[in-house]
Ligand binder design. Structure first.
Ligand code: IMP
Length: 205
């Protein structure tokens, strides 16, 4: 079975391929379908965006498609930046601009009010069957620091401390090597659920 990953982002392609490795499927990407359009992420939920992208790419390619949407939710900010995570500080904002805006909004918030989570929603769309979709969500809880720490990763990693680390040994995602971050990440949690689903779909007796 062919599956199209609805992305041209090499980092995402590599991460998804690593986690889905071992399945009896051939992974294609939007790089194999250059004429497919860029899908606008204009829904107000992660799930809405992932489903929209997966459906449009399944329709365009005629093959089952997998799309994701992810971002950061800060509880004290009514779950902002949420679906606007990539463009929190404006349409062409860089990661550092988004972090600056976030830290300003959280200025003065005490330790107990700095809780947040990363969310990843993955949708699998079938081009036949009326465009049937299934979705899988993964989360990682943590807290937002007061300054940037670490140089690895991307996005909000330098200010995100995943929960569950021992007292005195807290590190941000940007201080962890990729394997260590992958093991804790919201994307991995969602992709593992997709993998179980696909294993059941391609299982042959
Ligand atoms: P998208 O899923 O590619 O649309 O990503 C949305 C945005 O959410 C990214 O541009 C980042 O700002 C943020 N984000 C999503 N996942 C992560 C992560 O693992 N670390 C840091 N930031 C993330």
């Amino acid at each position: 079975m062919d599956i199209v990953l609805a992305t041209r982002n090499m980092k995402k392609i590599e991460e998804i391929s690593r986690i889905l490795n071992g399945l009896d499927v051939t992974l294609l990407t939007l790089r194999d379908f250059p004429s497919c359009p860029e899908v606008e992420e204009d829904a107000d939920t992660f799930q809405g965006n992932a489903v929209k992208k997966a459906l449009e790419i399944a329709k365009c390619t005629g093959k089952p498609a997998v799309a994701d949407d992810s971002g950061l939710e800060v509880y004290a900010l009514d779950n902002a930046p949420g679906v606007l995570s990539a463009r929190y500080a404006g349409e062409n904002a860089k990661d550092i601009d988004n972090i600056d805006k976030l830290l300003k909004k959280m200025d003065g918030l005490p330790d107990g009010k700095r809780g947040a989570r990363f969310v990843c929603c993955i949708a699998l769309a079938d081009p036949g069957d009326g465009g049937r979709t299934v979705t899988f969500s993964g989360f990682v809880e943590g807290v937002i620091g007061r300054e940037l720490k670490g140089r690895l990763g991307f996005g909000y990693d330098p200010v995100f401390y995943p929960a569950g680390q021992g007292v005195g040994s807290q590190r941000t995602f940007a201080e962890m090597d990729p394997d260590e971050k992958d093991a804790l990440s919201h994307r991995k949690a969602a992709l593992e659920q997709l993998k179980v689903h696909l294993q059941a779909c391609v299982f042959k007796i």
